[in-house]
Design a protein around this ligand. Structure first.
Ligand SMILES: Cc1cc2nc3c(=O)[nH]c(=O)nc-3n(C[C@H](O)[C@H](O)[C@H](O)COP(=O)(O)OP(=O)(O)OC[C@H]3O[C@@H](n4cnc5c(N)ncnc54)[C@H](O)[C@@H]3O)c2cc1C
Length: 435
């Protein structure tokens, strides 16, 4: 038996490392256990790491906006020695495009409440400002075997929303490693190549974990931040069946293709979230565009049972589909014969919203169901979990009276009731990765 600790964090992805950092800064003796060889090697490593604020819930927008302030102040947030390589926040701006115009955007009223700078642009304004972009109205999204895919648009987009403060993180794995290093500087221990095989209970609450090497660690607090393996860990804890929201692994691919050659996309490129075409895209180093899907109805979802069994081979047909969709929005773009991309696994909730919550087992918490959209929130999720754990361990009944966290940078309130495991799934919530 290893010496007992105050808190165990399972998983050293970007969120697990963020949780370990904030627990350590709150004075807890923390150990973070990671079955792979380093921080950020799991689903974090394939993240597109887009930082945007277009969420449909007030807590989602508040969290992302607070998170942006942390990314912008990354070096100070971490407090690591001068010269430590740090992940960079590239604020390119982002255009959010709907077939019907931004009036239908759930996030827009929140933007007004919070004061997030944005501009609503007409199609002519989009093309004047971003000449590489075709502002035709192509949607709704279709697949290549549908004749409608190839039709020329006869109208233009009614409008789109441009966020100058949106951007992406240059190196998502490095961001996780930055958080892990900062956590270690604050006193946390990280143990890599260390797999949790069982959650231990005693007297009706969590008591610690068992490890694959046969040893155990005692702790009154265990936090499941195992990404796509969260369901397996919840099953070990015996809490998987008692939640109304059950995240499951979903295989996803992102693709890389050359940007329009004349566009100087590395320096002038913007990101776009294109519901009209069913894709999102951002500049990728080396004059490229990184492309992902936003789950239009015509695209099948690839739910899988075991994240370790996900094929890591990029599908040629999906590559062509996504690159061609993007190339119609960015007409000068190349469509290379050679597929290029990355495979990742989402820990996807049915409503594309994360769970930041306690569980029905006292002392066992979870930061899971990140649904392909919570990289941006990792640092603030750490603060939310550390404050939630302190409150609940102190006797606060979070289920009856949802705990509220106040952002240190923005003063915005983040109602953690939005992220409860027991929320109602009425089908009215978000239906894609944009949350
Ligand atoms: C393709 C893709 C694109 C994305 N794009 C974006 C984006 O643009 N913007 C955005 O905000 N978010 C995005 N996301 C989501 C974001 O990357 C994730 O929400 C985030 O990285 C999850 O971090 P995590 O720490 O929860 O999980 P992970 O990084 O998966 O970490 C979990 C860790 O737990 C470890 N683990 C699992 N089981 C055990 C065990 N039994 N014992 C010990 N360790 C264990 C794993 O090895 C893993 O390292 C994307 C995700 C993917 C896959």
């Amino acid at each position: 038996m290893t010496a007992p600790v105050d808190a165990i964090v399972i998983g050293a992805g970007v969120i697990g490392s963020g949780v370990a950092l904030e627990l350590a800064r709150a004075g807890r003796n923390v150990v973070c256990l990671e079955r792979l060889g380093g921080a950020g090697y799991g689903s974090t490593s394939s993240s597109s790491a887009v930082i945007r604020y277009t969420y449909s819930t007030a807590a989602g927008v508040a969290m992302a906006w607070e998170g942006m302030h942390i990314w912008r102040d990354w070096a100070n947030h971490l407090g690591l020695p001068e010269g430590t390589p740090l992940a960079e926040f590239k604020q390119t701006g982002m255009l959010t495009i709907f077939s019907e115009g931004v009036d239908e955007a759930l996030f827009l009223p929140r933007y007004h409440e919070v004061g997030i700078p944005h501009e609503v642009l007409t199609a002519d304004e989009i093309e004047a400002r971003f000449p590489a972009i075709d502002a035709g109205r192509f949607g709704p999204p279709t697949r290549l075997d549908d004749e409608a895919f190839w039709a020329e648009p006869d109208t233009k987009l009614p409008s789109a929303c441009f966020d100058s403060e949106a951007g992406f993180i240059s190196d998502p794995m490095l961001a996780a490693q930055n958080l892990a290093e900062a956590a270690q500087a604050a006193g946390a221990t990280f143990r890599y190549s260390t797999e949790v095989t069982a959650i231990r209970r005693s007297d009706g609450r969590v008591a610690g974990v068992d490890l694959a090497d046969g040893s155990s660690i005692d702790s009154p607090v265990v936090v499941n931040v195992a990404g796509p393996h969260s369901f397996a860990i919840n099953t070990m804890a015996g809490v998987a069946e008692s939640m109304s929201v059950v995240p499951k692994p979903m295989r996803r691919e992102v693709f890389i293709a050359p940007a329009p050659p004349e566009s100087d996309w590395d320096n002038t490129g913007i990101m776009f979230g294109d519901i009209d075409f069913g894709v999102y895209a951002r500049p990728e180093r080396g004059g490229n565009v990184l492309i992902g899907g936003v789950e239009p109805d015509c695209d099948p979802l690839e739910w899988i049972d075991d994240p370790d069994e996900a094929s890591d081979v990029v599908d040629q047909d999906e590559f062509e589909l996504h690159v061609l969709r993007t190339a119609r929005r960015l007409p000068g773009m190349g469509v290379p014969p050679q597929k290029r991309g990355v495979v990742g696994v989402y820990d996807a909730s049915p409503d594309w919203t994360p769970i930041y919550d306690r569980s029905d087992l006292d002392g066992f918490y979870m930061a899971i169901g990140s649904s392909g959209n919570q990289f941006k929130n990792a640092p603030i999720a750490g603060q939310c979990m550390a404050e939630l754990i302190a409150a609940v361990e102190d006797g606060h009944d979070h289920d009856a009276d949802p705990f509220i966290v106040t952002g240190k940078h923005t003063g915005l309130e983040i109602d953690l009731g939005t992220f409860t495991r027991n929320r109602t799934l009425d089908g009215a919530g978000p239906s894609n990765v944009l949350g």
